[in-house]
Ligand binder design. Structure first.
Ligand SMILES: [Zn+2]
Ligand SMILES: [Zn+2]
Length: 166
């Protein structure tokens, strides 16, 4: 199983392979280490299962396509530009052929892209065989719950107005 997450100390994007055999996640940018809780990953049979997030310990995840949005957008932009050129040259059949091919390519890429698991709270991503098996798709209510919890924690962590002056 692989993880990509933002370092809680410095915010750098950190990636680790084979996390089921690691004890800590260390950040190459700031050298902060994050101890992996022992019960975070359990083995059932041959596939390791994720119990809670290694970074924020949340138990809620959603399944998403591991699709780089920039690639999808680039295909659409190139397809549109090419179809405009064909349109300007009065190549009606070519114009629609290009548009159709663009849409088809996007669809095929989407269908064949692997899925990954995304943590609602800290946006850590998990990839690997069977990692998405026990989880469902994106749920707006759960997302909103975590967003508010994170915002509250940030407020509490900041300087409190009633704190004694030092
Ligand atoms: Zn760091
Ligand atoms: Zn998390």
């Amino acid at each position: 199983m692989r993880i990509t997450h933002a370092c809680p100390a410095c915010g750098a994007t950190v990636a680790h392979d084979a996390i089921e055999s690691l004890q800590v996640l260390d950040c190459p940018a700031c050298r902060a280490t994050l101890r992996i809780p022992e019960d975070a990953i359990v083995r059932s049979g041959s596939t390791p299962k994720l119990r809670h997030c290694l970074v924020c310990r949340s138990r809620e995840f959603f399944v998403r396509k591991d699709f780089p949005q920039r690639v999808g957008l680039a295909i659409v932009v190139v397809g549109l530009a090419a179809s405009c050129v064909a349109w300007a040259a009065h190549e009606l059949v070519a114009t629609f052929a290009i548009l159709f091919a663009t849409a088809l390519l996007d669809l095929l890429l989407y269908l064949f892209m692997p899925e990954c698991l995304n943590c609602y709270r800290c946006n850590a991503r998990y990839r690997g065989d069977g990692v998405t098996a026990d989880f469902g798709g994106f749920d707006l209510e759960t997302h909103e719950k975590h967003r508010q919890a994170v915002a509250r924690a940030r407020q509490l962590g900041g300087p409190r107005p009633d704190a004694p002056a030092s």
